[in-house]
Design a protein around this ligand. Sequence first.
Ligand SMILES: [Zn+2]
Length: 468
Amino acid sequence: MKRFLFATIPFLCLLNCTNTAEEQVDVLIQHANVIDVNTGEVSGEMSIGIRNDSIVYLGNGNSNFSASQTIDATGKYVIPGLWDMHVHFRGGDELIGENKNLLPLFVANGITGVREAGGDMTTEIFKWRAEMENGSLIGPMIYTSGPKLDGPRATWAGSIPVVTKEDAVIAIDSLEQMNVDFIKLYDSRVTREAYIWILEEAERRGIRTSGHMPFTVMLEEAVTAGLGSVEHLYYILKGSSTEEQQVTDDNINRKASFWGSMTTLMDSYSEEQAQKAFKMLVDNDTYVTPTMHIGNTLSYLDRDDHSNDEYLNYIGEGIIETYQGRIRSAARASEEFIAMRHRLNTAFKNLVPKMSAAGVSLLAGSDSGASNSYTYQGISLHQELAALVDAGLSPIEALKAATINGAKFLRVEDFYGTLAVGKSGDVLVLDANPLEDITNTQKINTLVMKSKTYSSADLKAMLESVRK
Ligand SMILES: [Zn+2]
């Protein structure tokens, strides 16, 4: 891209030779501290020139730009736009409008991309994408899996049932026809055989997969069959247990259930086994999405009162109604089950820094969506980053999980995930350093998205536009 710069300057001069050579950019950010999310290095006094969605200049040399908009970023920190790597748009036709209304909540929180991990409104998502493309709708870029793959009579509406090997081929054909960005597997009804067939077929076609994992499958089987990212930590805990084979067999023989296996798995956690599992994940380039914030929220529904949560004002009534499912089951839970969930949440928290230290690539995902009680679109990604740091990640590791790691998972890191010439110009200018305090990701001074700038006042207004 440097060559491009040199080529452009004389060309502009031909058009306007009375001035010294000036390059036209849409947005020029000056005097910024730029954070390299790969290394954690901060470079001061930097200028960033953005034109047509892309960074065309990044440096502190002599630059001569004519900019439509200039941002003085003195004392501020610039990072790539954040990505929430696990969200859902769902809830049936009657909630399409409410789901669409959630889109500004992401942007108002500096989230420029989301990975939609399965739902029942794929056709709508593609319509929204077209509207966002032509500028008539504001929202984050959406990468979607389309409907989940599962067994027959699956938990989530819209899931495609897979029973036979042929079903797996047909299901993946249909997803490819829909032009989805990856495949999401769920574990409510799918058999171990069908689950592995799906992974193998996707692997054959070079399509990324992400999923839950039935407890009838060993972690190693899923990973070696090609599972791209493991969603939630149940399956990592299972792979860290010396009893994994026994628990798997008991689930195959219906002698144990998913929830009924958790205490055994926690009791038989082994550091050695965990390190083996982490190494296997690293060797196979398998990502893990810990979803800590929603875990903290759902595990403590028994004691936390959410009735005054500020974000309830921004979420549609129909979606809030779907929160009742998990609230009711929490209310029905036995004391023993509640205690087990608390313990499980702590066990998950302990896994996070260990995975990171072992080199496992983590993804920051909120799991916000209808039915996922009190996990609010947009803000919950920041809460996830805080939860990851609270669990023991360094702020830079948390930032990676919401930027470069997501881009790598989706294989779009050539354009997204870091700040560099030729890469995406979707950037956040923060008032304070997120490497000192990860909650500074919430102190957004300016968002640049698609070469448009949004001040903190603009973002506040965007949020308020959704208020009921
Ligand atoms: Zn989910």
